[in-house]
Structures are given as C-alpha cells and as structure tokens.
Design a protein around this ligand. Structure first.
Ligand code: KG4
Ligand code: ZN
Length: 353
C-alpha cells in the first residue's frame, strides 16, 4: 500500500502527521505543493513543571487525552474529513515508549479504519528534514547539527536516509545541559528558553566557564560545563549567602556563551573535515538566538550557508512528522503493526531511493 510516485500522478496527497515522542502533542496535515494545511501543538510544560522534568506516565496520559480532539480540530480547520486523508505518519522513535505508543496506536487505528497507509517516522530525521520546509530550502548534501533535549549530533547527510554520525555528545545533550543549568538557577522547566531569556541581561564574559573537548575531535561534552556552573553557584552562595539577580543573569549568559561556543566550534571543524558548504541546524536548541547569530556570522566568513527551520518548527511538532512522512512515503506499511522504538540510531535508516 505504498504511496508510490506513479500512483500519485494528478492527485493531491494529504498526510496527517502525529508527534507524541515526549511532552508535546503535535498534529498537522501536509500537502506537497500546497504546504501545511492546518496544525496544532499542545505543550505539557505546565503539567511537568512542578516535577522539574518530564514524568513519562503523565506524558502518556496527557497525549491520550489531547490527541484525538486535536486530530478532529486540525481536520476541521483544514476543512477536511477523515476520508480526505491519504496517509498517516507518526513518530515511531526515539522517545518515551508509552508516549510513542499513544501516537502509534491512533495513527495505526486511523490507517486501518480508513484503509490508507501508515508511515512510521524517525523523530530526529524529521528534525533534520524540517529546514527543507522553508522557502529556498537547503539541497543535499549538507552537514546537520541536531540539538535537542535528548540528542546532540553532527550528521553528514549525503542524501535522505544516508546519514553518517560524525560527532555526538559523550554525556549530556545540549538541551539537557540548558535544562539542568536552568534548574540550578531555579528557572522553570523546560530551562532552555527561560535560561536564554535570563541571559539577555547578563555579561557572557563574567565567568570563564570551560569549553570541554575544545581542541579534540567532533564529539561534545556538556557535563563538565554543568558541574563548573554548579561549583560557581555554590561558591557565590557560600561567600554572599544568596544569589543576586545580577549574578544569576551573568551565570546564565556565561553558560550560554560557553555552550554555544562548543557547538559552533565543532560545526566549523566538521564543515572543514567533510568539505560541505551547507549547514542545517534543527532541534529545540536550534531556537537559541545566540547560537543562530554566532553560527551565521562565523559560517558566513568561510562561505558556508546556514539553514534553520522557523523558530516554531525547531521544537517538536506535527508538521515535521507529516513532512517526513512525505519523504518516507515508499515505506508506508499496509499492515499497521505499531512501532515504538525508544532507542533508534539515525544511522540505521535506509536511504530513500
Ligand atoms: O527538539 P525538542 O523540542 O525536544 C526533544 O526532541 O528533545 O528540544 C527540547 C529542548 C529542551 O531541552 C529545551 O530546553 C531546549 O530544546 N530549548 C532551548 C531553547 N528552546 C528550547 N535551548 C536553548 N535555547 C532555546 N531558546
Ligand atoms: Zn525533538
């Protein structure tokens, strides 16, 4: 039941995308040529905030509560009926297993009921392809920096599905480091955006935090940086008794500067090693303004063009899943067995012919 190109000639194709890998419920309908017909996103931030991180069981339960009404609403705002859908794409991994199963179950149930194909999608590939949704999209091959709450990867992408991981984090992911440092600064979850906002009023040179593995290879490490921040905060508190807002701002700005420097330096080295002239940045941390500005400026010096998805599409969403579904349409399953892979290396994906 693959959505093969031949069978599509003269037809418009509408793909429903469902994202439930973590703490965002995302739904969208994408039509090649026409673009995004409708989309909806619900963030569970408020639900997990008081726990300081995501509670998997609560995440699954909330996806169950939100997903079906969101599918109905998205179809209504696109002026579509269920019967107008041609395929359903869903995030099959990596992610929280219970959360993945919610999206997978609804997608497979819909596909079975409607007699249409269901397409399991790799969440990080969807992030990687999302900059192709902008006007004037990047052409393959390119280097991709994928920076989210669970991953920090440098990927040499020679084609869709032809991925070589040339750098990754040896400990915390970049987003995880932002979240953990934000917690040390008593900021709400998720910490990345809150920390970036606090950093705006601070001095990025106030504290000389380490740039771990600066001169070594293409891998990243963020746990030493996080520990350095913790030690500084403990020292300031033991000397002054409390953390002033000015110190918190300076710590946030100095941490952000160190984390961004590490990401930028590794990108430059990877571009040099691979000889690639295009850099794609995606995933939640890709929304970080300092990262965007610094990468753009440094890459421009070496003639490399940088591509980002729109800020809204950096973090998890249903649009990127529907869009990846279009790329992966040949892999649609006719027997909708539900796939939920908490761990799923990007390098295991098959090339798209
Ligand atoms: O891609 P994403 O939405 O979910 C995962 O797949 O993990 O990324 C979420 C991560 C969180 O760690 C969040 O703190 C971080 O992206 N993040 C940011 C910013 N916006 C989101 N980190 C730094 N600066 C931001 N502006
Ligand atoms: Zn993500």
């Amino acid at each position: 039941m693959a959505l093969c190109k031949e069978s599509l000639e003269g037809f418009t194709v509408k793909i429903l995308g469902i994202e439930t890998s973590c703490d965002e419920t995302g739904v969208a309908v994408y039509e090649p040529g026409a673009g995004v017909l409708a989309e909806a996103l619900f963030s569970q931030v408020a639900l997990h905030d008081r726990f300081g991180g995501i509670v998997p069981e609560l995440a699954s339960r909330d996806h169950i509560a939100k997903l079906t009404p969101m599918v109905r609403d998205v179809l209504a705002s696109a002026g579509l009926e269920l019967a107008d859908l041609d395929a359903v794409a869903y995030t099959a991994g990596p992610g929280l297993v219970g959360a993945l199963m919610v999206g997978g179950s609804l997608a497979s149930g819909l596909a079975l009921g409607l007699g249409i194909p269901v397409i399991p999608i790799h969440h990080m590939e969807a992030h990687l392809l999302s900059p192709m949704l902008v006007d004037d999209p990047p052409v393959l091959p390119f280097l991709a920096l994928l920076v989210s709450g669970g991953h920090t990867l440098l990927v040499e992408a020679r084609g869709v599905g032809e991925y070589r991981i040339i750098g990754e984090t040896l400990d915390d992911a970049a987003g995880e480091a932002f979240d953990k440092v934000a917690r040390l600064l008593s900021l709400p979850y998720p910490g990345g955006p809150a920390l970036a906002e606090l950093a705006q009023g601070g001095d990025p040179n106030a504290f000389d935090f380490p740039r771990p593995m600066r001169h070594k290879g293409l891998d990243f490490s963020f746990s030493g940086l996080k520990t350095a921040v913790r030690l500084v905060l403990e020292e300031v508190q033991s000397l002054d008794g409390r953390l002033t807002d000015a110190v918190r701002r300076d710590v946030a700005a100095s941490f952000q500067a160190a984390a961004v420097d590490s990401l930028v330096e590794k990108c430059l080295r990877a571009l040099e090693v691979t000889g690639l002239g295009r850099l794609v940045v995606a995933g939640g941390v890709g929304a970080n303004r300092r990262l965007r500005t610094q990468l753009k400026a440094t890459c421009a010096d070496s003639g490399v063009r940088v591509y980002y998805p729109s800020v809204e599409l950096c973090t998890d969403n249903g649009v990127m899943i529907a869009f990846a579904g279009w790329w992966r349409r040949e892999e649609a399953l006719s027997s909708p067995a539900i796939i939920a892979r908490p761990r799923w290396p990007l390098s295991e994906l098959a090339p798209v012919r």
